[in-house]
Design a protein around this ligand. Structure first.
Ligand code: F6R
Length: 365
């Protein structure tokens, strides 16, 4: 049932504040602002490394997770798409654990990768939406994302709930390893707890602007997304979402890679969507944005209030989100990215919930 939404995708985008809160409540205590203990099968305290694997959007969630595990838990993360991970003959050891992320829990490559790591003697964690799935059944520890059924082929709420679970696990790992203090733990969990309220605010605030912008975006054939730090996987997620439902060609790049190739493409026919909260990387990203502007590129700037105040560049549009804590920025900044792809596809008249050539669950390799 789509309720009063035109598509499941739209419904699922708007469900995010509620399902994120549900997901978080499984991993954090909203009263004491601490993380709940993690399934003992994954011994974060004594791990030497973590291997993460997944496909598509779930892989991009894992990439954000890598930044968090490394930063908050000082835990080295090896990550790759499942279809490559399996064949890389990567040296693995039993003091590493493996983490698989899958909405459906049935993705063939991810499952094959899980079995490979299991045979190598690694403990297996699975971040899944479907708790009765094969991937969940074969894991030593299951971390449900509790997003509820996701019907739209383009993943939205599963992505942000995967992020919420990864953030919680990274904090729990940091706590177990003594790399974050009790005070930092409280601050981080407090920030996570604010997410549902901020996400609702943002969804309501940006909708009209994003819809207008989508009308413009639907006229282009190519779009480039740029981001740094955790905004880099978000740039790739933005590009993936746009291409899969609107069929507009889009690429996501690390902002710093712009001058190593893609800058050759910049002209007025390829909008550049820059994702840049006012974080540690902001000034660097703005200087990449200047390089785009200097070559006549049109910029769609997705930033926060501080970022908007700090940049004087002329843009095609600037979407201004509230200033939020760094740990929740990837979830909050997912919202304009999802809505922009959604409304662009709606303008183009594509089958948003069932895009051509795609299946919700990819059970063949
Ligand atoms: C993109 C999308 C796909 C899936 C990928 C993995 O919107 O939905 O890229 O993320 O096929 O699927 P799961 O998470 O079910 O393993």
């Amino acid at each position: 049932d789509k309720g009063n939404h035109r598509h499941f995708m739209e419904k699922e985008i708007y469900e995010q504040p509620e399902v994120i809160s549900h997901a978080l409540s499984n991993y954090v205590d909203f009263h004491s602002h601490t993380v709940k203990p993690v399934d003992a099968a994954i011994d974060f305290k004594n791990l030497r490394g973590l291997a993460i694997s997944a496909c598509g959007t779930a892989y991009l969630a894992g990439l954000v997770g890598k930044y968090w595990f490394e930063r908050y838990a000082r835990l080295p993360v090896e990550i790759d798409v499942a279809s490559e991970f399996r064949y890389r003959e990567m040296p693995l050891s039993k003091d590493q654990a493996a983490l698989f992320i899958s909405q459906s829990g049935e993705t063939a490559d991810t499952l094959a990768c899980l079995r490979y790591c299991h045979d190598e003697g690694l403990k297996i964690g699975a971040i899944v939406n479907v708790k009765e799935s094969t991937i969940a059944r074969e894991a030593d520890a299951v971390f449900p994302i509790l997003a509820g059924p996701e019907i739209g082929v383009a993943s939205t709420k599963a992505f942000t709930c995967q992020l919420a679970v990864l953030a919680s696990l990274a904090i729990a790992a940091g706590k177990a390893r003594g790399t974050i203090s009790p005070d930092e733990e409280r601050q981080l969990v407090k920030s996570l707890a604010e997410m549902p309220r901020i996400m609702s605010l943002v969804l309501n605030a940006i909708q009209p602007q994003v819809e207008t912008l989508a009308r413009d975006l639907s006229k282009y054939k190519d779009v480039l997304y740029l981001g740094r730090g955790t905004s880099y996987p978000l740039a790739m997620e933005g590009a993936l979402k746009l291409k899969e439902i609107s069929y507009i060609h889009a690429e996501g790049y690390a902002a710093g890679e712009l001058k190593h190739g893609p800058i050759a493409l910049i002209d007025e026919n390829m909008p550049v969507i820059v994702i840049a909260p006012h974080d540690r990387f902001f000034d660097k990203t703005v200087s990449n944005m200047q390089e785009v502007a200097a070559r006549g590129g049109r910029i769609i700037f997705i930033t926060d209030e501080k970022g908007a105040a700090a940049s004087k560049l002329e843009t095609m549009a600037t979407i201004v989100l509230p200033n939020v804590a760094e740990i929740i920025a990837p979830m909050v900044f997912s919202l304009p990215i999802q809505l922009l792809a959604y409304h662009t596809a709606v303008f183009m008249g594509t089958d948003v919930d069932q895009p051509r050539n795609l299946a919700k669950s990819v059970t063949v390799e």
